[in-house]
Design a protein around this ligand. Structure first.
Ligand code: WAQ
Ligand code: MG
Length: 271
């Protein structure tokens, strides 16, 4: 009798990028089984067409089969919310957490200033993140218009179900939170990264976060004013561990499937 080697079912990385008049509108990353591939592609396409900042007039969907042996497993950072009365207080708190994570005050201030003004040359939003030297505050991303995109990460199906329930329990189940947690899990596992700062570019979403390996994912309900169109991400990088190229290659190419969620603390006041 012929014994066939066990065939592993294929898995795919799906990446979506939607533009409006040549500028970045939306992007998303998934890792899915063959059975879910078409549904997920259709979902991501719909998302680019229905975005709150406008309808994408160009959408790129990339589908790449992944070697199952290359998939790393990971855990989400613990989540908590730090209340703050307004944007000024929120940013002041966020800056404090960045400094606790080892980011210099100059580097933190530079990142807040760049994200507030629109971090791309000309004042638009970047498609990816700035890479900021955690000591000098210098920007290190090779292409300051595009930035560096963390990619090829997702929740395993059972972890997704669990996360939805846990977030719903504390009134935080929305796509922004779920996706930001997964992105932060990947960024915090990258060699050389000491912290991340983020707030959304979507005008109706004012919350943002600071994430760092020792702090977890620390949310602030207001890191920008409602209606503000400027948002983005800064990945703080420390020289002396690995070359920057290795950090960028990990962020863009390493495959991370999160199969364990972290602790989710209920916010004490408004989300
Ligand atoms: N890699 C690097 N940068 C990215 C990526 C990525 N995969 N995806 C988005 N960005 C950058 C890009 O500049 C976007 O303009 C910016 O981040 C914001 O993206 O309540 O919704 O998807 O706990 O609008 C955070 C708070 C929400 C969630 C973040 O970001 C909460 C959010 P958005
Ligand atoms: Mg957005």
């Amino acid at each position: 009798m012929l014994i066939l080697p066990a065939m592993k079912a294929p898995i795919y990385s799906v990446r979506m990028h939607g533009c409006h008049r040549k500028s970045h509108l939306t992007g998303a990353e998934r890792i899915v089984s063959a059975a879910d591939l078409e549904t997920v592609c259709a979902e991501l396409l719909r998302r680019a067409l229905d975005h709150e900042r406008g309808r994408a007039d160009a959408v790129r969907l990339s589908v790449d089969e992944i070697d199952p042996a290359s998939v790393r497993r990971g855990r989400l950072p613990d989540l908590r919310t730090v209340p703050a009365a307004d944007v000024r207080e929120g940013r002041c708190e966020a800056r404090r957490f960045l400094c606790r994570a080892g980011v210099s005050p100059e580097a933190a201030d530079g990142a807040f200033a760049a994200l507030s003004a629109g971090a791309a040359p000309g004042g638009g939003n970047m498609r990816g993140a700035m890479i900021v030297d955690a000591d000098s505050g210098r920007r290190l991303e090779p292409d300051p218009a595009r930035g560096v995109r963390a990619s090829r990460m997702d929740l395993a199906p059972a972890a997704r179900r669990c996360l939805v329930l846990e977030l719903a329990r504390v009134g935080l189940d929305n796509a922004h939170v779920r996706e930001a947690l997964v992105l932060a899990a990947k960024v915090l596992s990258a060699p050389g990264i000491v912290a991340e700062l983020c707030w959304s570019d979507d005008p109706s979403y004012t919350a943002g976060y600071v994430a760092a390996p020792e702090l977890g994912y620390v949310r602030f309900p207001h890191l920008k004013s409602r209606g503000g169109e400027h948002g983005g991400r800064a990945f703080f990088w420390r020289a002396g561990t690995v070359p920057l190229d290795a950090t960028i290659a990990f962020l863009e190419k390493a495959v991370l499937l999160v199969d364990e969620i972290g602790r989710i603390e209920p916010p004490s006041t408004g989300v």
